[in-house]
Design a protein around this ligand. Structure first.
Ligand code: SF4
Length: 328
């Protein structure tokens, strides 16, 4: 169902004469790691090294790949332009090989007149077809470029919906094409407009307001508990596209100015096991903001995002709660 572009990847390996190539896959594609390694080895003769470390986005491509191979093939995500271009890294987006479900033509009738269209990378290729159908139904459709963290117009990352923010004033609602809750929630939190989610494979449409509200209630509870904390660990990721040391230092100064203790902790993987050693009352996570938003139940202390820490320390009002987007 996902296009692994084995032929294009093999051509890239052969043309560049790589003899050892590392492949990095997100968890959902790891099942196909050996199949990919066999296919690329058979067609190029190159040794394929499978990287086992977890991988969640283009933000954490394996920077140190030259320690194990000549080149890196990173699957499942698009290039993050703000991180620069390395000619020895190939991003294979693994787009879904699907057409828009037939029910889409009927579905567009529930949309308001002015709509912004968004998608996760796997379904970004369906945007032109969706726009065609929507315009034929008389809709005014907006698809915008985002900031330099974003590769394609309309693309949404779990931490960045700048493509939605760019057209928010021109539309009444957004339509998100994709599966699951991870990316639509970024759009729902970041764009603050009505959001329609349409699964282009099944034709199912749904509303995620309830999920958003449930997360918000948990976030407000975490802020309340963290308001009583005396000691904070501020987590900084050493992943190339998640490192926000400057923001961490700013928050550290704010906490210390309030007479409380703050420590900066640099981590690779942010897990309950990695944090259990630290005797503090709360965490501020400056790495991927979705760890605090979506996975807070895994941690035994409240974990705040940067805007949530600003609320705790009076820099931001509760009514000005904001999604912790990483913008470039
Ligand atoms: S920081 Fe988190 S949400 Fe953003 S691209 Fe990386 S893994 Fe995805």
């Amino acid at each position: 169902m996902f296009d692994l572009e084995l032929e294009r990847t093999a051509d890239w390996i052969s043309i560049n004469g790589y003899s050892k190539v590392a492949v990095q896959l997100p968890e959902g594609l790891k099942l196909r790691a050996t199949e990919i390694a066999d296919a690329l080895n058979a067609s190029t003769g190159a040794e394929i090294i499978i990287l086992g470390r977890p991988c969640y986005g283009a933000c954490d491509f394996f920077e140190n790949y030259k320690s194990v191979a000549d080149a890196l093939v990173h699957y499942g995500h698009s290039t993050m332009p703000s991180l620069g271009k390395d000619p020895d890294i190939l991003f294979v987006e693994a787009r879904a090989e699907v057409a828009l479900a037939e029910s889409f033509a009927d579905f567009v009738n529930v949309l308001p007149e002015k709509v912004g269209v968004l998608a996760s990378i796997q379904y970004i290729g369906l945007i032109p077809d969706a726009v065609r159908v929507m315009e034929a139904a008389g809709k005014e459709v907006h698809v915008s470029a985002g900031d330099t963290r974003i590769m394609y117009p309309g693309q949404v990352l779990g931490c960045n919906c700048s493509t939605a923010e760019a057209v928010a004033d021109s539309v009444e609602a957004f339509l998100f094409l994709g599966e699951g809750n991870f990316h639509p929630l970024a759009a729902a939190f970041g764009a603050e407009k009505k959001l329609f989610v349409y699964n282009p494979v099944t034709g199912e449409s749904r509303n995620i307001d309830e999920i958003k509200d449930r997360i918000l209630r948990k976030r407000f509870a975490a802020i309340t508990v963290a308001s009583e904390a005396e000691n904070f660990v501020i987590i900084v990721s050493n992943k190339i596209g998640q490192n926000r040391m400057t923001e961490a230092e700013r928050i550290k100064d704010v906490i210390r100015s309030a007479g409380k203790k703050a420590y900066i902790l640099v981590l690779d993987e942010i897990t309950p096991e990695a944090l259990i050693h630290y005797r503090v009352d709360a965490f501020v996570n400056t790495a991927c903001p979705r760890i605090a938003m979506d996975e807070s139940a895994r941690f035994n202390k409240p974990m705040l995002t940067i805007p949530e820490a600003e609320i705790v320390f009076g820099l931001r009002d509760w009514s000005d709660y904001r999604f912790d987007a990483i913008r470039e």
